[in-house]
Design a protein around this ligand. Sequence first.
Ligand code: FPP
Length: 241
Amino acid sequence: MAETNRILPEHIGIIMDGNGRWAKKRGLPRMAGHRAGANNFRTITRYCNKIGIKYLTVYAFSTENWSRPKEEVDALMRLLYDYLQEALRDFREENIRTRFIGDVTALQPVLQQLIAETEELSADRTGLTLNIAMNYGGRAEMVRAAQMLARRVQQGQLAPEDIDEAMLSASMYTAGQSDPDLIIRPSGEYRTSNFMLWQSAYSEYVFMDDILWPDFTEEDLERAIDIFNSRSRRFGGTVAK
Ligand code: FPP
């Protein structure tokens, strides 16, 4: 069990990896792994809210995931659709706010509509803010930010030398939120996979190679928070913060 005087990360990011391998190990189709992953996502989101995490960002579908077989992409979209239908009433009791990061304009209109409804309905909730990264890529997010600022320069609202880090942060999908303190990736892959590239400059990464996402439990989250607590964060300086 975690120590009582531990520091709780304000913002946690999770790369929900290993669904396919989880299914394969059981002789099931890959989609069974994604379904189990989506169920687990609900459990872990509720737990993060319960222990007082302020922001949780989960990687659900990357800009690169379109290259998967069409059946898998379609099935992932259906999973999101089913989830959103439930989410319209789900998470209300827990006061969880849901937001989407990524280019959702590339999704089917019916999904975009549900996403807009979900965001609007939960906008005033004051518990955990859940960011679901959907058609998200860290590089694409930075390109979008550069274009937004370039447009303002072109319109004479901004001088190039006025552009600073704060302005870029404010141009990311996560504007107004703290950067992730802790990013967790289960399943044994040691990569960032284009996840929150700008925001993760000083994030602590915890790679857990003994667990696949569908099996990831509340205890595993506590384990990651304990590892986070054992790290000395210096943010480029010499003194731990
Ligand atoms: C990576 O595992 C996982 C994904 C690309 C999809 C993640 C999506 C979910 C957990 C469902 C989320 C649903 C909602 C509603 C937010 P992988 O397929 O790459 O696994 P593998 O590396 O073992 O093949």
